[in-house]
Each structure stands twice: as structure tokens, then as C-alpha cells.
Design a protein around this ligand. Structure first.
Ligand code: ZN
Length: 643
């Protein structure tokens, strides 16, 4: 079955511009003659070559000509080698009958064989070409199609460079008994563990056979069942079409507990009961969202608690959101993250941005829907505080971003789409929808969104599609001026008019803080027993940046902020006191950096440490120790800091 590898030089420097060519008809020949490459290229039908024009700049794939409609995965999970081995079978829809090749995205995959079939039963070796590696996009895998080819199977192995996988040793898990694996495909990391048309513009259904060690359980963004027998052989089906970035897999010593008939939690034993208690309002959130935005379209909704090295807060993998344990605080104070991941069931998973330049359609809408859910379940005051804290974070980030990056639709064509995930698509996008809701009235705007989600369900769209729909359905009388919308969408910064809510709780804190700073009020008089995490965050963020060592000690004596168990509070406090050289933070900070891998916390903390020379060598040492436990994406980000 194995095909043979030909290395062909295309000219220039020796070794430069190399293709790996696997061809069933030729064997064991090393070709270094450029003329032979020409012969090979000419041997492939040329009709498709000039027509290939992928519209997603982050994908090599020719999904507008031939697309995968259904994917079959057959993978063995090998923890010893830290490798997935098996095949990905692409069942194709040929949109342009003249097209004679399928182009898939890959990155750091070892492709061993490619076969094709006209009937799904008989398979033959295919001619294929693994193209030049692009530092951003990886390598295109071009497979020659015959006139009637309906399926293509790619046999492959992952490599240790797979940016979309994290392999944890038993020691790196909370139970410390079994290893753990999880994937993170968004935005373009699916290609590092699956050869796939890795673009949000194409949606596919999938099924998977996953083999693992017998004692471990596999779960996917598919039809997980509470009754699955733990035997090392797992089958999954995802019957609703999803973009490749929502294909997800996790394997570990996982256990399940239901929270309601429709919702439940998967986690290592240590976290399971705590997570179930923390997330027990999930069904209420879903009921609220159903009411506001239309019936939940994915059947079950479960949450998977990952080890603390998970680099994000959550990932909205359909039917099974992956979440960080840093939101399990015992008081539901950070539960808006669950509302956020659940909100993606409509914004993002149901209606998707067609490419990463339109990320605001995904994250801005989700922040808005999240806040509406929070408002319905926990009340207006909490939702307002969360919105105000978001705006504060956006304003802080706008000071660091280039004008282009501060647009809702920036140009990421030649950049890593990982860099697009900052406050602008999330919060500026949210503020645009917040502004529209105020302009048209909350109820009318909710109705419009319900219509929008129903109209574009299971589709991938761009900003123009949204604008056209908005103009036809809501802005019929043009009462919201085209110029204002244009400004929101295409101009840098936060120039559009925003009416923000006020928060009585925040106002009270500002007044008391001023009284304390001017010596008129003792810190012990602050009514902190009733403070929510939002009030704590506001309090810390409003503190002046030039507090004296005595004031820092006074705050720590009163509130023990350096030992806060709430990761949001701890990080906000640590970022304030690092430049002020507050010694009480050293031990807890070291412990935090060694145990938490969520980029939202560790990247700003290391950045702050680097900016303050007195901390730099200490930070370098801690990073050296912590790095092996961080996710590859976090390592990549932090390596760039060059501590
Ligand atoms: Zn999100």
C-alpha cells in the first residue's frame, strides 16, 4: 500500500523549493533534475491549475471547486509516541465537474499513502503532491482526481510539531494517573492533526472511529453519550455540518455527570463535582437563549473541563464546549464564560464567519448574545458591570494596537489569524450590536437576530452579507445612517457613538476609593463581603499605578489579594503590583505561572515581568520551569516575548 517518496528540485539553491511527491507508479528514485519536475507537472491534467482560486486567504484548498461534504476519521491515539495514526476519508462534492484535483491543507503531517475510490468500496493509489511548506499556512496536499472519483483517503501520522494538539503526561493532569490529549483547531490548527480543507467557509459532517488505551475515554464535538462503555474503541457522528475549526477530540481519564436532561459535564474526577456545582445554571442559560434566539440546534450541550494548561478560557466545540478549570471558583463569579461558549451555538457555530478577517461576526455577536443571556439569568446590573469591564479592557488594548488592527474588519490576509483574537472583534463588535439594539429597541433587535440566525443557519457568511440583511430587514427606513455603520465597520478605533450603561456599584466603589486614597476612610470600612468579582476587578483596575509600598501592604493585609484564588482577580492585582515591586506577590505568582496555562493570564503577566528589569531573570527562570507544561500555542506566544 505504501507509495514512494520522490524529492524533486525545482531549481534555485539546492534543497530549496522541494516537493515531496508520492506516486504509486514510480518507485525509489531520487530526482534532482528540474526537467523531470516539468514532466511530472505536465503529467497532471492542467485544466484545474489556472482555475484554483481559494477565497479564504488562510487556506490552500480549492473548496469552491470540489469540497469535502463528509469526513470519515479512523485514528489510533498513541500516548507513548504522542502520535495520531490513521486515515481521513473525504467524501466529495464536485462543484466544478472539470476539476481534476483536490487540494487539502496540512501542516507538519507525515502523509504515507493516498487512495481514491469511485464507489467507496474499491480503492486505488492516487497520485499526489505535498507542496512547499508555507510558514503560515503549512503545506498544500494536491491529489489527482479521476473523472468519477467520489472519495479520497489520506493515510497519515501527526508529528510532535502539531500545533493543534497538546499531549500531557500523567504528571501534568490533576489526577496524575493517566495521560491526556486534547485538540484546539481554531483558527487554522485542524490541519496540523487532520488533512482537511481548513477553512470556515466549508462545512462538513463527520464520523470518527477513535482507538485509545482501554482505560481512557475519548470525546469529540459530536454525539457523546453518557452510556459509552469504556473499552478503548469509540465511535462518533456529527450529523450537522460544521467548519473544520470545530472538529475536536479529547482523550483522558474522563468521567461524566449530568446537570439536566440536556446538559452535563465531562472532567477528571477531581474537578467533576465542583464543575457540576459551578455550571449548574447552564440549563437556565440555554432556556433563556432558546427564548431569545431560537431553539438550540445541536441537541445536547455538555462541557468538558480540560487540564489547566488549556490556553484559552473556552472553545465552543459544538455539543461539547472545552473550558478551563480557572473558571471554577466556587461562587459562579466567572460563569459568563459558559454563557459565552453556549452563545456560540448560535453565533459562530450556526452562523460562521467565512474567513478570519470577519472574525467579529463570530466573536462580537457572541459577546453580545452572552451578555443578553447573563442579563436574562442574572439581571441587568451584573450584565452591565460585565459590559463595562469589557469596554475597559478594549480601551486598554486599543492603546497598544495599530490603527489597522483596531478596525472591525482588519486585513489578516498575510498574517497569522491567531493574532486576530483580541478585544476588537469581541468588544468593539459587541458594542456595535449594543448600539444597534439601543437604536432599534431591545425587543426588535432580538427579533432581528433570531431571524438572522434562522436565515443563515449552517452557513458561513461575510460582513457584506450581514450588512445587506441588516439593511433589508431592520434598517428599512435607513434610520441608522449608512455613514455610521461604515464608520463602525471600517474605521479604526472606537469612534462610533456608544451609550454605555452606568453602574451604581462601580460608582460607589470609585467614591470610597477616593476617600481611602485621601485618608478620609479606613480600608476596613469597605463593604467587601457583598462585593462580586466584578466589583473587585473594578476596584483593582481603578487603583492608581503609583501606590506606595505601605498602601500595597495595607491592601494585602485587608483583602489578601496576593493570595486570591480567583484567577481574574489575582492576575489583575499581580499586573498592578509587579511594576511596584510588591514582594508578597512572588511566591503566589510563581505558583500561578507554574500551574495555569491560560494565555489570557500568563501572556500579560510575563509581558509585565519583562517590562520591569528587576523581575526579568526571575521570570526567565520561572518560564524555563513552566514552559514544558504550556500548550504549544502558549509556548509560541511566550517565546516571541524573548524574556
Ligand atoms: Zn468566543
Amino acid at each position: 500500500m505504501c507509495a514512494d517518496v520522490l524529492r524533486i528540485c525545482t531549481g534555485g539553491q539546492p534543497g530549496e523549493h522541494e516537493f515531496e511527491l508520492l506516486n504509486g507508479q514510480l518507485s525509489h528514485v531520487i530526482l534532482k533534475n528540474c526537467a523531470l519536475l516539468l514532466v511530472f507537472l505536465l503529467s497532471l491534467p492542467l485544466s484545474g491549475m489556472q482555475k484554483i482560486e481559494a477565497t479564504d486567504p488562510h487556506s490552500f484548498s480549492n473548496y469552491t471547486q470540489v469540497r469535502t461534504r463528509h469526513l470519515v476519521l479512523d485514528l489510533a491515539v498513541d500516548f507513548t509516541r504522542q502520535q495520531l495514526t490513521g486515515y481521513a476519508e473525504h467524501q466529495l462534492e464536485r462543484l466544478d465537474p472539470a476539476i481534476d484535483r483536490l487540494v487539502l491543507d496540512t501542516r507538519n503531517l507525515k502523509v504515507t499513502t493516498v487512495t481514491y475510490s469511485d464507489d467507496g468500496v474499491h480503492w486505488q493509489k492516487a497520485v499526489y503532491l505535498l507542496g512547499i511548506a508555507d510558514p503560515l499556512k503549512g503545506q498544500p496536499l494536491t491529489v489527482q482526481l479521476q473523472a468519477k472519483t467520489l472519495s479520497v483517503r489520506v493515510y497519515y501520522q501527526t508529528t510532535p510539531q502539531a500545533s493543534g494538539l497538546q499531549w500531557l503526561t500523567a504528571d501534568q493532569t490533576s489526577e496524575k494517573k493517566h495521560p491526556f490529549l486534547f485538540s484546539q483547531s481554531q483558527p487554522i490548527h485542524a490541519r496540523s492533526w487532520l488533512p482537511v480543507q481548513d477553512t470556515p467557509a466549508n462545512r462538513i459532517t463527520y464520523q470518527a472511529n477513535i482507538r485509545t488505551p482501554r482505560e481512557l475515554l475519548a470525546v469529540m464535538s459530536a454525539d457523546n453519550s453518557a452510556n459509552t462503555e469504556r473499552n478503548g474503541q469509540y465511535r462518533f457522528t456529527m450529523a450537522q455540518p460544521v467548519p473544520s475549526y470545530l472538529i475536536a477530540l479529547a482523550v483522558g481519564d474522563l468521567h461524566f455527570k449530568a446537570m439536566s436532561a440536556q446538559t452535563g459535564v465531562y472532567a477528571e474526577k477531581l474537578w467533576l463535582d465542583k464543575a457540576v456545582a459551578e455550571f449548574s445554571d447552564t440549563q437556565k442559560m440555554m432556556d433563556a437563549a432558546n427564548q431569545l434566539f431560537g431553539q438550540y440546534p445541536w441537541q445536547r450541550y455538555d462541557l468538558l473541563v480540560l487540564p489547566s494548561s488549556f490556553p484559552f478560557g473556552g472553545m465552543e466545540n459544538p455539543r461539547l464546549s472545552f473550558v478551563t478549570p480557572t473558571i471554577i471558583t466556587g461562587d459562579k463569579s466567572l460563569i459568563s464564560l459558559v454563557a459565552h461558549e453556549l452563545a456560540h451555538s448560535w453565533s459562530g457555530n450556526l452562523v460562521t464567519n467565512a474567513c478570519w478577517n470577519d472574525l467579529w461576526l463570530n466573536e462580537g455577536f457572541t459577546n453580545y448574545v452572552e451578555n443578553r443571556i447573563m442579563q436574562e439569568v442574572y439581571g441587568q446590573a451584573r450584565a452591565d458591570m460585565e459590559l463595562l469591564l469589557n469596554v475597559q479592557a478594549l480601551r486598554e488594548q486599543l492603546q497598544q494596537l495599530s490603527p489597522d488592527d483596531s478596525r472591525l474588519q482588519p486585513d489578516y490576509r498575510f498574517r497569522d489569524p491567531d493574532e486576530a483574537f483580541h478585544q476588537v472583534p469581541y468588544v468593539k463588535g459587541q458594542l456595535l450590536l449594543h448600539t444597534l439594539a439601543q437604536h432599534f429597541g431591545q425587543e426588535q433587535f432580538d427579533r432581528f437576530l433570531r431571524d438572522y440566525f434562522a436565515t443563515f443557519a449552517f452557513q458561513s457568511i461575510n460582513t457584506k452579507t450581514f450588512v445587506d440583511f441588516f439593511t433589508q430587514k431592520l434598517n428599512i427606513k435607513q434610520s441608522f445612517s449608512a455613514a455610521s455603520l461604515e464608520q463602525w465597520l471600517y474605521q479604526p478605533g472606537l469612534t462610533g457613538e456608544v451609550k454605555l450603561p452606568s453602574s451604581d456599584a462601580f460608582s460607589r466603589i470609585s467614591v470610597m476609593q477616593q476617600q481611602w486614597l485621601s485618608g478620609k476612610l479606613s480600608i476596613n470600612m469597605f463593604p467587601t463581603e457583598q462585593w462580586s468579582v466584578h466589583e473587585w476587578l473594578y476596584f483593582i483596575e481603578q487603583l492608581p499605578r503609583n501606590l506606595t509600598p505601605q498602601q500595597l501592604i495595607e491592601l494585602d493585609m485587608a483583602f489578601s489579594l496576593s493570595n486570591s484564588r480567583n484567577a481574574e482577580v489575582f492576575t489583575t492585582w499581580a499586573r498592578l503590583v509587579i511594576p511596584l515591586n510588591h514582594q508578597q506577590i512572588i511566591q503566589p505568582l510563581r505558583q500561578f505561572l507554574l500551574s495555569v496555562g491560560r494565555q489570557k493570564f500568563i501572556v500579560p503577566l510575563y509581558t509585565e515581568l519583562k517590562a520591569n528589569p528587576q523581575w526579568r531573570s526571575w521570570a526567565r527562570q520561572v518560564y524555563r520551569e513552566a514552559r514544558p507544561g504550556y500548550h504549544p500555542l502558549a509556548q509560541q506566544q511566550l517565546d516571541k516575548l524573548a524574556l
